[in-house]
Design a protein around this ligand. Structure first.
Ligand SMILES: [Zn+2]
Length: 462
């Protein structure tokens, strides 16, 4: 049912901000809602002047956030008399750097073409998105995440499937953050943080990676490239969860609680968390603040917004460790490639023999000669036992697999030479440890030596 009320040249609104008739509409209508009792009253008042009445369905604007009908009414607004400041504004615009640059063109077009510019807004933002999915939704953080992704786009789309896609991304980030934070609860005082020089090489590598990430995201923020910040963060999170969180799992779960090697990984977890939360804070403030305030060893401000920008120590920039890691990861890939789909790396012992330049380079991950189940190389390989040798073992068992190749090794003088390597992959000699599930135990009924030591240490504490 519809009613049209028309009064020429009247500039006062007869409807107030609550959608009810004002006193100017007359005593009979005053205070009545225009879409409900007010509407009926108008029909009443028209009385016998109404010639015909019938129900008619027509489209009507509805607000998508509240799902309620929209009332169109005249209201007071603020305008800028653009005409009066046009020339000065256009000349000032010349000196402004805009990101993306095309917005400057748009702005100058608007300034030239409009005599008045309405600057008042009536929208009340911040109505939460209804959570109809099974996955938890991140409310306003999700909207901000979406907005940051589309910041530089002219045409922006929004709908349930787009929000779901961003929600999945945000869910992955928050899962990794929860994992990091869950682990660093053992860092109950800042004196447990390990000095950089004492960190394991794979931990130094991760800090190098974090340092590179921090440079890139800081520069993206400086250029207002928010989508790039998020892309880099998502890639970093992927690498973090598929590589670093994965290889350090055994160290964190099964090593002695306050051993240097465990605290070394936790130190890196701490810097990862701190940097990631500060990186995310401008875009997803609730996730960042909620997580930051739960951290165990914050000194000073407990708000991510009052603690300044993150600080990545320039000493973390370590291209040397990154070059060695490239070789180690390259050899690991050859090892993994040789495994069939039903086998896991931990079910094998690996003997690596290489030319001396490769061996010298890798000795920071594992020195030549001794089998190890704890070396950095062993952790990155995730094998049962690893050994680095100058020569291949004299006798190879029948069930061993051999992988040979050449690695393009960069020498210090800048030249590159193909250096040979061979991997001997053997079914693990030891049994599965009932505590850590690694193939390191002398029999399947007793824990491996490392686990025995940790258990004995725990008893000693009581
Ligand atoms: Zn064990």
């Amino acid at each position: 049912m519809y009613t049209i009320v028309y009064k020429k040249h009247d500039k006062t609104s007869l409807v107030d901000e609550d959608g009810c008739f004002t006193v100017e509409a007359g005593e009979e209508l005053h205070g009545k809602n225009v879409l409900a009792d007010g509407n009926n009253k108008v029909l009443d008042m028209l009385g016998s002047n109404v010639l015909h009445q019938e129900l008619f369905e027509h489209s009507y604007p509805y607000d998508w956030r509240t799902d309620k009908p929209v009332i169109i009414r005249a209201s007071r607004q603020w305008f800028i008399a653009t005409e009066k400041i046009k020339e000065r504004a256009l000349s000032l615009l010349e000196d402004i750097e805009m990101s993306p640059p095309r917005y400057k063109q748009d702005m100058s077009g608007l300034l030239r073409g409009r005599p008045y510019w309405c600057i008042s807004r009536q929208r009340a933002w911040g109505v939460p998105i209804p959570d109809k999915e099974n996955e938890p939704a991140f409310g306003i953080d999700l909207l901000r995440y979406w907005a940051a992704y589309n910041y530089q786009d002219n045409q922006v789309s929004l709908g349930p499937s787009i929000l779901k896609k961003h929600n999945t991304r945000l869910l992955k980030i928050s899962k990794v953050l929860r994992y990091l934070v869950g682990n660093i609860h053992d860092l109950d005082s800042s004196d447990k943080l390990v000095e950089y020089t004492q960190l394991l090489p794979q931990d130094k590598y991760m800090l190098h990676f974090l340092y590179q990430f921090s440079l890139k995201t800081t520069s993206a923020y400086e250029n207002y490239e928010f989508a790039r910040v998020l892309n880099r963060t998502e890639n970093f999170i992927d690498e973090l969860s598929s590589f670093y969180c994965h290889v350090t799992k055994d160290r964190l779960l099964c090593s002695e609680k306050y051993s240097v090697s465990r605290l070394s990984a936790l130190t890196v977890f701490w810097y990862l968390t701190d940097t990631l939360l500060h990186t995310l804070a401008p875009i997803t403030p609730h996730i960042a603040e909620g997580t930051y305030s739960s951290l165990p060893i914050i000194q000073g401000e407990r708000s991510v917004f009052k603690s300044g920008w993150f600080k990545c120590d320039p000493s973390w920039n370590n291209p040397g460790i990154s070059e060695v890691m490239e070789i180690v990861l390259g050899l690991r890939e050859k090892f993994y490639y040789a495994l069939d789909n039903n086998s896991q790396a931990k079910e094998f012992d690996v003997v690596i023999h290489t030319s001396s330049p490769l061996r010298n380079c890798m000795k920071v991950f594992q020195p030549e000669g001794y089998p190890s189940c704890t070396s950095p190389l062993n952790e990155v390989f995730q094998a049962a036992v690893t050994t680095v040798l100058g020569k291949p073992p004299p006798i190879l068992p029948d069930d061993s697999q051999i992988v040979s190749g050449k690695w393009p090794f960069k020498h210090k003088d800048g030249t590159s030479k193909e250096e040979p390597y061979t991997l001997v992959i053997l079914p693990a000699e030891n049994h599965k440890c009932p505590r850590c599930y690694r193939y390191l135990a002398a029999s399947s009924t007793q824990p491996c030596d490392r686990c025995m030591e940790v258990i004995a240490g725990q008893w000693a504490d009581y």
